[in-house]
Write a protein that binds this ligand. Structure first.
Ligand code: BES
Ligand code: ZN
Length: 529
């Protein structure tokens, strides 16, 4: 969690002012200054030390950032109680947040140290190829964006902030996870290509929630949008401590929920696999996302891009969206900025930085994946109520207009990155077969067809005639196209200049069997294949 004044980052470390559960020994990495403070408290000898390579800590190379990264990093084992003292001492004496990174084991601490020193390459990095960052879904994205609604986002914020708190160790934190799993499952509407699962964490109760839309053509390539499910009150973390976390980060979870809702409502099917992640335990050191990113990296999962939405509903600055430049990928940030120019041209964009790994994007960046953080405001103009009982929907004005901008950006990001530059609106094909007696007619439709060619054709026995018509069922005298040769092999097509319903009529001119094939363009935004 964050205290005032805002932390200055230690070299390549996650700032961490969080509370830890007492009693156990834990592994942390600290910078030089924090190590000195630790050594004032008791004798601590680092198990390993390294000097970080700036490139791995973030993409920007400003002099100030390089300075902050000049510190060495040391891996040390401490009691969790010492952690609290260290946190307080750092805050008091260095006037910033904890400046240490939590590691689940000595091995993982060492691996992290090596990565920050640039002496180890991750498997995931070797397997990663750059996506094209082509923007080519202009036929699909605007229709989807127009259907997204602030009121839906607001309702999810209200629902999530109704839990007393969503702390990673409380009953509320557990229930909120179960509720979200249920909500996303309902939104998925029984589609067989969508799964909603909880990711169980061994060391605490709250589970992360992951919804997956399986890609049609490239299911092994994965696009992630994430937000954190947990909340915190910096004054205390009991079962009954109020921590609504409406902006931090119900607003992010609600934004990605609206992306999922709109995709499903339109039968949208991506080429790459899309994942929606609500991370547990962000407020206590990015711990949920760290476990998830580690498990994806260990499995060699080809995550082609990650977007984090953490705090989207408080407009504290002149610009609408701030792209944070540290612990993020600059090439993907350029792509995100181009998405805004293309699809949300009225929005004003700025840049800023946290100065430390302030949210779950940093967990993915640490594993070598490309991540971005579009944020609600400049760093020093963000929501002043976060981490208190006053981080309520009311204190964001009881509306979610600001969040809607971020939800729309996340939609554009997922559709574009999920399509990998493929412009084609796929054909949709349906087939029917049966038989007709002399003079018997049968109608088919409506077919919800998009702009482009609508084609119907038959094969079969006897003599079947074929008619097609926009808007209503054709008759043998009123149609947009017909094919009435002397066999059952018929074909006719209509060129649609607008989306609409099309109907087909078959008539037995002589008795016979038919196989009818109808092929048409799915309307933009309705890429059902
Ligand atoms: N949403 C905040 C991060 C944030 C706060 C970004 C204000 C920009 C402005 C996040 O939930 C958080 O509190 N992060 C912690 C660090 C984390 C490693 C525990 C923080 O900022 O102290
Ligand atoms: Zn927070």
């Amino acid at each position: 969690m964050r205290f005032q004044p805002k932390p200055l980052a230690a070299a390549g470390l996650l700032a961490l002012c969080s509370l830890a559960h007492a009693g156990e020994k834990v592994w942390i990495s600290v910078g030089d200054a924090a190590l000195k403070l630790l050594q004032k408290q008791k004798v601590v000898t680092p198990a390993a030390s390294a000097s970080p390579m700036a490139r791995l800590a973030g993409t920007d190379s400003s002099a100030a950032t390089a300075d902050r990264r000049a510190e060495n990093i040391h891996l040390v084992q401490v009691d969790e109680d010492d952690l609290l003292h260290l946190s307080a001492a750092v805050h008091r004496e260095l006037k910033r947040c904890g400046g240490f990174m939590f590691h689940p084991s000595q091995a993982e601490g060492l691996a992290s140290l090596q990565r920050q020193a640039g002496t180890a390459k991750m498997a995931a990095v070797a397997a990663l190829t750059r996506p094209s960052y082509t923007i080519a879904q202009q036929a699909v994205v605007p229709g989807l964006l127009s259907q997204m609604q602030a009121s839906n986002i607001g309702q999810t914020i209200v629902d999530l902030s109704a839990y007393v708190n969503r702390y990673y160790q409380t009953a509320g934190g557990v229930s909120a996870s179960d509720w979200l799993k249920q909500r996303w499952t309902t939104l998925a509407g029984g589609r067989s290509d969508i799964t909603v699962e909880q990711f169980t964490h061994a060391s605490w109760k709250q589970k992360s929630v992951i919804a997956t839309i399986k890609g049609t053509d490239r299911p092994t390539e994965v696009v992630v949008i994430g937000a954190h499910l947990d909340s915190i009150n910096q004054a205390g973390t009991t079962e009954t401590t109020r921590a609504p976390g409406a902006d931090d980060d119900a607003s992010g979870v609600a934004s990605i929920t609206e992306v999922l809702r709109t995709m499903v409502a339109n039968g949208y099917k991506p080429r790459r696999t899309l994942k929606f992640m609500a991370y547990a335990a962000e407020e206590v050191g990015l711990r949920g996302s760290q476990e998830i990113a580690t498990s994806y990296a260990n499995a060699g999962t080809n995550v082609v891009g990650v977007m984090q939405l953490d705090m989207t509903n408080y407009k504290g600055s002149v610009n609408d969206i701030y792209l944070y430049t540290d612990y993020t990928d600059s090439a993907q940030n350029t792509f995100v900025s181009n998405l805004i120019k293309t699809y949300l041209p009225t929005l004003k964009v700025g840049t800023d930085k946290c100065g430390y790994g302030c949210s779950d994007h940093a967990s993915w960046t640490a594993k070598g994946y490309y991540a971005s953080l579009p944020f609600e405001a400049a760093f020093n103009q963000d929501n002043p109520y976060i981490h208190t009982a006053n981080d309520t929907y009311a204190n964001s004005g009881n509306q979610a207009d600001h969040s809607l901008k971020f939800a729309r950006l996340a939609m554009a990001y997922m559709v574009e990155l999920g399509s990998d530059g493929s412009t084609g609106i796929p054909d949709k094909t349906e087939t029917f077969s049966g038989s007709l007696t002399l003079n018997q007619t049968r109608s088919f439709g409506p077919f919800k067809a998009g702009v482009g060619s609508f084609k119907a054709s038959t094969t079969g026995t006897g003599d079947i005639d074929l008619y097609a018509r926009r808007t209503s069922v054709p008759t043998t005298t009123t149609y947009d196209c017909k094919s009435d040769g002397s066999t059952s092999t018929e074909s006719c097509s209509i060129n649609l200049t607008a989306n609409g319903d099309v109907y087909v009529l078959l008539k037995g001119y002589r008795a016979g069997n038919y196989n009818l094939t109808v092929t048409y363009k799915a309307p933009a935004g309705l890429l059902t294949r």
